[in-house]
Design a binder for this molecule. Structure first.
Ligand code: PGA
Length: 248
C-alpha cells in the first residue's frame, strides 16, 4: 500500500486524475471502476480538462460504477447515474454503451446484481478502481459489518451514511434506505485501486482503515490485503497518519 499525502483537495484530485489518465494512455480500453460523492468531483474535472486540452481519449474506455440508490430513476438528480453524466460522462468522448451503472429501479434486484458481476467479468475485470471512503469506513455502500466475501448485492444503508448523504437531499426522509453496491470481493478483484480521502472528518476513519486491524467494522481496512493500492490523502484527512508514516 502506498500512502501519498496531498497538500490540499486540488492536489489530491490532480494526483488521482494523473493515475487514471496514465492508466488510459497505457491501456486505451481500460475498465475503470468509478465512485461518486463529493470526493472525486475535482478528479473528474481534471480528467475532463486533460481530455479537452491534450485529447485524452475515452472512446474505448469501459466504466463500472460502484453503486446506485435503490428506487431512484436515472432522471432523479440524486441518482448516481445523473451525477456521473453531469459531472463526467457528458464532457468526455466515452461511448454510452461502455458505461455501466447498477440499475436502481429493477424489479429483480438479485438478478441485476448477478448480471452486474457477470458483465464486469466479461469485460476482463476492473483494471483501476477509484474509491472514496465514508466516515463509517464504507467503500462503495459496503457498510460496517459487511461480509468481505460479498459480490454485488443489495445493501441497507447505515444511519451514518443516511445522515451524511442527507446534505444532498431536501429532507433526510428523501434519502433512499437501500442501494445496490459492488461487494468487497468485487472491489478486491480490481487489479489496481486508488483510495481518496479529503477533509478532517475522514481523519479518524482513514487512520483506522490503514493502521488498525482488518475488520468488517471498518470495511476499507480490507484494502490492507490488496496488492496494488495507492491511498491519496489530503492534508486535513491525513493529520493522524503523519506520525505513523514519518516514524515507521
Ligand atoms: P464523500 O462520500 O465523497 O461524499 O465524502 C464518500 C463515501 O461515502 O464513500
Amino acid at each position: 500500500m502506498r500512502v501519498v499525502i496531498a497538500k490540499d483537495y486540488e492536489d489530491m484530485s490532480q494526483r488521482a486524475a494523473r493515475i487514471v489518465a496514465g492508466q488510459i494512455y497505457l491501456k486505451p480500453n481500460s475498465v475503470l471502476g468509478l465512485a461518486t460523492g463529493s470526493t472525486p468531483i475535482s478528479m473528474y474535472k481534471d480528467l475532463i480538462r486533460v481530455h479537452k486540452e491534450v485529447g485524452l481519449d475515452f472512446s474505448e474506455v469501459i466504466t463500472f460504477n460502484l453503486d446506485e440508490y435503490l428506487g431512484l430513476p436515472i432522471s432523479d438528480e440524486q441518482s448516481y447515474y445523473y451525477y456521473m453524466f453531469q459531472n463526467f460522462f457528458n464532457h468526455v468522448n466515452i461511448k454510452k454503451e461502455n458505461i455501466y451503472i447498477p440499475n436502481g429501479i429493477m424489479d429483480d434486484v438479485e438478478l441485476e446484481c448477478k448480471n452486474y458481476d457477470d458483465k464486469i467479468q466479461k469485460k476482463g475485470g476492473i483494471d483501476l478502481q477509484v474509491l472514496g471512503i465514508g466516515t463509517n469506513g464504507h467503500i462503495g455502500f459496503n457498510e460496517p459489518d459487511i461480509k468481505f466475501e460479498a459480490t454485488t448485492h443489495k445493501v441497507k444503508l447505515d444511519d451514518e451514511t443516511i445522515n451524511a448523504n442527507a446534505r444532498f437531499f431536501s429532507t433526510i426522509e428523501e434519502v433512499p434506505r437501500f442501494a445496490i453496491s459492488m461487494g468487497i470481493k468485487t472491489i478486491m478483484h480490481a487489479k489496481k485501486i486508488i483510495l481518496l480521502a479529503s477533509g478532517e472528518n475522514k481523519a479518524e476513519v482513514i487512520f483506522r482503515a490503514l493502521f488498525e486491524g482488518i475488520t468488517p467494522e471498518v470495511p476499507a481496512s480490507i484494502l490492507q490485503l490488496h496488492q496494488d493500492v495507492t491511498v491519496i490523502v489530503e492534508e486535513n484527512a491525513a493529520q493522524l497518519l503523519k506520525p505513523k508514516l514519518y516514524h515507521s
